[in-house]
Ligand binder design. Structure first.
Ligand code: 0O2
Ligand code: 0O2
Length: 267
């Protein structure tokens, strides 16, 4: 080990992690206030332990004087999302930021690792203002769903316990568990889409109903009393039977009757 002052070396990384955590937590609060839904569930961050930095430097053959460029995750931020779609939304939000620069991205969701690991990684260049001026550090932002995080957290602690020599059958079972987590994510996305579609369907239906009712009101205004009353009766019946298709047709019919009434009153 070289004679570096580790606490001085790690200081800008500590600062980067603290600042980035605040920024992403604030982004969540802001999006929640603006759009009532935030693609970020929660944010965590850490500075890599010295022993892990040394181990990684050895494993990747990074010379001591090059660890700040050779080890990209000394500063690490993790952003957890509810849905896979949210991950892509968070990634676009990060790409658009002016306070950090993307160095490169790794899509371990499409190209998941052999272990079964899934996450979206973004290596960013983050400028830290220090007493001696501006210092740029690299940081790794991992964006993942709650299910991906659940799997990775447990797999990481098992790997640590077995010192990376997991029995083959356990490794296989972990891979299967990763597939199950991915299926869970897919099912949750499908359920969410169905809820969104149902909401859109409901909105369309209530728009048609309000246009039917206001058109009938207008027919009364143009003294089409009998016609308006008949439309009202037909509407009541269809409403009773929840016949959305027939209500849509009736809406068109009433719209045309109203057009005719307007035309005749203008001549
Ligand atoms: P709150 O009030 O608990 O929500 P910190 O220094 O506390 O800002 P640090 O050191 O990264 O953050 O702590 P940690 O333990 O890694 O957790 C960071 C945030 O993530 C905390 O929220 C935790 O509550 C939250 N968190 C951790 N694990 C989970 C989890 O499994 N589910 C959920 N929903 N949240 C989790 P806050 O906002 O810092 O504080
Ligand atoms: P920590 O802080 O213990 O999480 P590497 O893959 O490590 O040889 P590289 O290219 O730097 O080298 O990293 P990679 O694979 O792009 O991503 C590194 C980080 O992603 C890891 O950090 C983990 O946090 C996470 N990761 C990657 N693969 C797996 C995996 O199979 N299981 C789990 N649980 N996490 C993984 P570190 O270095 O492990 O540090």
């Amino acid at each position: 080990m070289d004679g570096r002052d580790w606490s001085l070396f790690l200081q800008p990384y500590e600062q980067a992690v603290e600042e980035m955590k605040v920024k992403f937590k604030t982004l969540r609060t802001e999006l929640k206030a603006r759009e009532s839904y935030a693609p970020i569930e929660f944010v965590t961050g850490r500075v890599k332990r010295i022993s892990s930095i040394l181990e990684k430097a050895k494993r990747l053959n990074v010379p001591m004087e090059q660890i700040s460029s050779g080890i990209e995750d000394i500063a690490g931020i993790r952003i957890m999302c509810q849905f896979v779609d949210d991950i892509h939304q968070v990634a676009s939000l990060i790409r658009a930021r002016k306070d950090m620069k993307i160095v490169y991205e790794k899509d371990y969701i499409t190209n998941y690792k052999d272990s079964g690991y899934r996450s979206y990684h973004m290596i960013v260049d983050y400028p830290v203002q220090t007493a001696l001026g501006l210092n740029h550090v690299l940081a790794e932002v991992q964006v993942r769903t709650l299910a991906m995080n659940f799997w990775a957290t447990i797999e990481h602690s098992l790997n640590y316990k077995y010192k990376e020599s997991l029995p083959e059958d356990v490794r296989e079972r972990l891979k299967k568990a990763a597939e199950a987590a991915a299926l869970l994510d897919m099912e949750m996305s499908n359920i969410r889409q169905e809820i969104l579609d149902a909401q859109i369907g409901f909105e369309k239906k209530s728009n048609i109903v309000s246009s039917v009712l206001s058109d009938i009101q207008e027919l009364y205004f143009f003294h089409r009393i009998r016609e308006a009353a008949q439309f009202q009766l037909r509407f009541n019946e269809l409403w009773e039977h929840e016949d959305a298709y027939a209500i849509r047709q009736l809406a068109e019919e009433i719209g045309q009757a109203l057009q005719r009434a307007k035309k005749q009153s203008s001549v």
